[in-house]
Design a protein around this ligand. Sequence first.
Ligand code: ARG
Length: 616
Amino acid sequence: MGTVIDILEERISAAMAAVTGEKHCAAMVKPATDPKFGDYQVNGVMPLAKKIKTNPRKFAEEIKAKLNLDDICEEPEIAGPGFINLRLKPDFVTGRLLKESRVGSLPHQNMIQESDGGVVTPPYKTAHLDIEKTAHPKTIVVDFSGPNIAKQMHVGHLRSTIIGDCICRLLEFEGHNVIRQNHIGDWGTQFGMLVQQMIDEGTYPMRGTGFDTLSYLESLYKKAKNRYDTDEQFAKSARECVVSLQNGTAGWEGWNDVKRRWRDITNISLSEINMLYRDLGVLLTDADICGESFYKDKLADVVNDLRQAGRAVESEGAICVFPPGFKDKDGKPLPVIIQKSDGAYLYATTDLAAIRYRVNELKADRIIYVTDTRQKLHFEMVFTVARMAGWVKDNIDLVHVTFGSVLGENSQPLKTRSGENVKLKELLDEAVQRARKVVEEKNPEFNAETKDKIAQAVGIGAVKYADFSNNRTSDYIFSFNKMLAMEGNTAPYMQYAYARVKSIGRKAQERRIDAEMELRGIKKINLTDPAELDLAKQLIRYGEAVEAAIADYKPNYLTAYLYELAQKFSVFYTNCPVLDAEPDKRPTRLLLCKLTAGIIHHGLSELLGIEVVEQM
Ligand code: ARG
């Protein structure tokens, strides 16, 4: 079954088509802006009325006359300049709920049995709630995370990593073939510096030497960068090192040594990066790594092909493409530089090679890049060049999913006191430590192991959830106090809400109430309290939230939905006793509890990759 919006959309669009004779009418059904007006509103009347030059209110009347929504809604109401407001009939809502309970689409949510509580990895076994798998599965490449080797991941990589991971989970859940690509920065100028510095210091990044940690590499990088900027001779040898690495000029005797060092540096970095992925509940593995170095043999072709096609020209010694429409602030054509005068290739060259590979070899129908907004122009230009060259046909989508910065409490980009980027690892460690304190206050009676487990879930969850719950295109202020608060749209609030529902299951067990049996025997859903209907309506909207999040690649639509669900559950739970309810009411209430827990579990752990806990 599709979402309620899908059903309404289809019927109303058909009525619009019947009235106007137009083929493609869009009803544009959206959730009502205010519950006073009902549950949904039709926004498509006015634009269509404008198009066919008719009075929108009269037009709305005509549509209404052609509409038959008796099985779903109360009598539609026309409001304002031409909105149609719709209110769901309780019978329709209960019908959906009953179907949900029959298909048993939430296997995790055995009220009694403890679920494992962990993050679920694909293939997702959970059935599909009211969400239909897409009828048109696509091959979608998602390029995200992309940390740079020999540098610790900093908070800037947090967003790409977790938003990208969430997008992959959502698309997979919708039924697409997702190919994760971790375009790590493992090639380029920094390697020349790094290797040259290492040679000069006489160190080697081998296991057990003390030179095999990311923090050593980082200190090396700092020194190298300093020298690179001040010491002309060093800069020259570092550049030579890169060029020979890039061009694979094995004629240079040091080449094998350079290559070996480069590979070891990469491996050291990756082992630390992988630990972070695991802590973050991000599903990236080594199999998804396809970094800059992977394209090293494909760069010359990019340049040659563009030259041969007459698209690339020499300009001030460098090879450039000037895609139409891009100008600098003086109005001069802006180039994409694909090869520097010393022969070195650039970030853009690699991205062009990557596009070709993804289209030709990975057979991508869509390629999504998740990076911060500052790379907007880079991708716009790269996309334009790839299309100009005919490498990407019109039927292939190129999408840049951007995000804003993480700011400190002073509204400036988050930095340490000494002005450095905050390391992701340190940030997560602090979050877990602080969460441990919260757990200590809330649940002093738990044993240490349980407290640690909850602290891990809450701490990491809080950082991720705070990021997801902000519209990704905006900057946001990173605040431990806010993200760890038990009130508000936070991970701990959501995790607590989940644990609270689960506690009902435990209490039932203590009182020897066979909730599962009552649920299996359920025949009629009996909604008697307004809070029950309100919660029930929210439950049947899960698919809409997921679809909206997918359509805009915006996890905050999902967190907003989950938060509202938890709030509605809270009102329900305050007003409606569950285990002590009368026999004709209890099965319905148990079902509402079960579905609430199921959706929170699914949303948090499967789609957002945030652990839930059974008790808190
Ligand atoms: N390594 C890059 C950075 O740290 C991100 C890579 C993004 N992906 C790409 N295909 N350019 O900014």
